[in-house]
Write a protein that binds this ligand. Structure first.
Ligand code: S3P
Length: 437
């Protein structure tokens, strides 16, 4: 047995000698949230295959159900019956976004333009995360939305009697969630609302809603207008590249390994981590590139590699923000220095991902220095033999397991239940593809 999970959600991970096999992963979390929300805004039936059974996107679906949307989720198929932008019903209860920042921020944009009041809450982690970044722009559009004095949720949204006011808004933080919240509120505003982004972020909203994007210099201008008619959709949700990153790095840092991951999203705003790994000398091959439902997909092969360190910073950060914990594990196995700079946003995620990555890697024997906006580490082999914590953060839970598989001595990971937020079957896939001579 390579891994064991006890009833306290602690996993014991023993070092493995190889990873081999072919896998397919649950649908992409970001696309899934949007698929459900946009289907609710469309008039008619939408159908999504490979919809992930993970907590975050299902939380969005449950919140939509409280707003009167009919759905059915069976196997990996989600059916949604939408009624158009004005068919939502006042919820009988507080909406609970649980651990999901995407649910809270996107839903706030949609609810800002409704005539009825609503309240969105979340779990302890979500209740500490910054919400002024949506409260401010939505208020500028005349939405009546407020949070706590600290600028956190619960969010209280009072209904509006008149349409919201459109605006041009330059994003002060590079955030696809904030961008989407404003664009959704734009559906309820007079005229055209334009979001201007200085640094590109994931563009699923633009693609899925078919929004016009103009480039002036380095900036993207994304517009939406009240009259936008959102059609119902049929789509197979591509495998989540952020989940694929864990298996790719595991194969790269383990000798005699080769894995094939089929049907992964290759959206360029999501695959910058592959570019970083290639700069680190990773042996990665992409096959079968295609574009079936407006989102590029393909198959990825990753093989054992001799990695070398690198620095990631600036404009790259928003495009790899979710993969930094696992890139840090790759860096900890590379020759030389691996550094992350300009990534203060990591402190506002499901955990403070700068301090949680630093705590876990230093426990495993890596020399790592914490900085305000990132960290810098010296690569080498991980010693292991320690207990790590997920800090309640799904990406930390999974990155810690991969670190354990590649350490010299057994590692335990506490609070492994957090992985269910994006990938409940993670440990089953690990068991399927790991071997010990
Ligand atoms: C997401 C955007 C990112 C990302 C999150 C999902 C999305 O957050 O970290 O996991 O689906 O729009 P920010 O927009 O806060 O950077």
């Amino acid at each position: 047995m390579l891994t064991k999970q006890n009833e306290n959600n602690t996993v014991t991970v023993s070092p493995v000698s190889a990873l081999r096999g072919e896998i397919e992963l649950p649908g992409d979390k970001s696309i899934a949230h949007r698929a459900a929300l946009f289907a609710a805004l469309a008039k008619g039936e939408s159908l999504f295959e490979n919809f992930p059974n993970s907590q975050d996107p299902l939380t969005t679906v449950e919140c939509l159900a409280k707003l009167g949307i009919e759905y059915e989720f069976a196997g990996k198929t989600l059916w949604v019956l939408g009624g158009g932008p004005f068919a939502f019903r006042k919820p009988g209860d507080i909406l609970d976004a649980k651990n999901s920042g995407t649910t809270m921020r996107l839903l706030a944009g949609l609810l800002a333009g409704q005539s009825f009041p609503s309240v969105i809450t979340g779990d302890d982690s979500l209740l500490t995360r910054p919400m002024r970044r949506i409260i401010k722009p939505l208020s500028k559009m005349n939405a009546r939305i407020s949070g706590t004095r600290k600028g956190t949720a619960p969010l209280k949204i009072r209904g509006v009697k008149r349409p919201l006011k459109s605006m041009n808004y330059e994003l002060p933080v590079a955030s696809a969630q904030v961008k989407t919240a404003i664009l959704l509120a734009g559906l309820y505003a007079t005229g055209t609302t334009t979001v201007i982004e200085l640094f590109p972020t994931r563009d699923h909203t633009e693609r899925m809603l078919g929004l016009p994007v103009k480039k002036f210099g380095r900036k993207n201008y994304i517009s939406i207008s009240k009259m936008l008619n959102i059609p119902p959709a049929r789509m197979t949700i591509p495998g989540d590249p952020s989940s694929a990153a864990f298996f790719i790095v595991a194969a790269l840092i383990t000798p005699q390994s080769e894995i094939l991951i089929k049907n992964v999203s290759l959206n360029p705003t999501r695959t910058a981590f592959l570019k970083v790994l290639e700069r680190m000398n990773a042996n990665i091959v992409i096959l079968n590139r295609r574009n079936p439902d407006g989102e590029p997909i393909g198959d990825i092969i990753a093989k054992s590699s001799k990695l070398r360190g690198c620095t990631v910073e600036g404009e790259q950060i928003p495009l790899i923000i979710d993969e930094i914990p696992i890139l840090a594990v790759a860096g900890a196995h590379a020759d030389g220095i691996f550094a992350v700079k300009n990534a203060e946003e990591l402190r506002t995620k499901e955990s403070d991902r700068i301090s949680s990555v630093v705590a876990n890697l230093s426990a495993l024997g890596t020399r790592i220095k914490e900085m305000d906006d990132g960290f810098m580490l010296e690569g080498g082999r991980l010693k292991g033999g320690k207990s790590l914590d997920s800090y309640g953060d799904h990406r930390l839970a999974m990155a810690s397991v991969i670190a354990g598989l590649s350490s010299k001595k057994e590692v335990t990971v506490k609070n492994m239940q957090a992985a269910a937020v994006s990938f409940p079957g993670f440990m089953d896939v690990i068991k399927m593809i790991t071997y010990n001579n």
